[in-house]
Design a protein around this ligand. Sequence first.
Ligand code: XMP
Length: 319
Amino acid sequence: DWSMAGYRDAKIADIRAQVGDGKVICGLSGGVDSAVAAVLIHEAIGDQLTCVYVDHGLMRLGESEQVVGLFREHYGIPLIHVEAEALFLNGLAGLTDPEAKRKFIGKTFIEVFEAEAKKIGGAKFLAQGTLYPDVIESVSFTGGPSVTIKSHHNVGGLPERMNMALVEPLRELFKDEVRVLGRELGLPPAFVGRHPFPGPGLAIRIPGEVTKDRCDILRQADAIYLEEIRNAGLYDAIWQAFAVLLPVKTVGVMGDGRTYESVCGLRAVTSVDGMTADIYPFDAAFLSRVATRIVNEVGGINRVVYDYTSKPPGTIEWE
Ligand code: XMP
């Protein structure tokens, strides 16, 4: 007679047994998994938990404020908000290769996180929102040569380096179950239902060089797209939707003038686990409304295209 309430209580007991009176640190990414892990651990051990939110400046519009507000104000969970935008953007300057961008962000994230963990001092445990699919995906089951499609961003390697033990209370769960647990723990439904967001953030949605200007342009376009998706009541029917800012300029006309600005790509997919995906078939009126709003309201974009590629052969993210 399995229930999520029972799972929650069993995990709380496990966490208490594992950590005793030790300190735990948990990196918050803004995503659902790390948030649910943090709230569960906080229920188990209260202020023995400190959360660290590394703000790499590659988050969506208003996202950092939402995450920090939720944890500090709503839950009263001790949270260190590290403002590291300049560090990340300076290091990204000149990088255009997708793997180079991912590797730089992953490495820098770990360095910043590690420095903060040292400041807290004496934490013996590192909490992560690892899910069951992450556990199986890290094991080769094809028997074929292993090919890295994309270097995923997580804090791998850190626990050994810092001599910390892992606390991973979601290891047996799938994404949909994590959402059920999140609701069970009282997380706001809008937060629990959020679309997945990749660790390297907007950097992998800006092919080519990432600059503050381009991040700001993308944040505006993305916010308009998601606002229209929510207004149309489509948010929960879509696994993931986001805008991409292409390193291509095209000619347009606005009023009496010629424009020469960037192209914005729109992506929306349905999926069960992110491993395969189908494009979301918006109707034409919806897409043209979004395109019109983006071109009219966002300086720096004068053309919008919709990505019609399923996964495979395309990946969900563009890099
Ligand atoms: P792809 O682009 O590989 O993405 O089809 C599959 C799913 O994984 C997310 N994604 C990431 N998530 N760190 C993450 O935590 C990453 O480095 C990363 N890269 C991709 C992507 O958003 C999609 O949901």
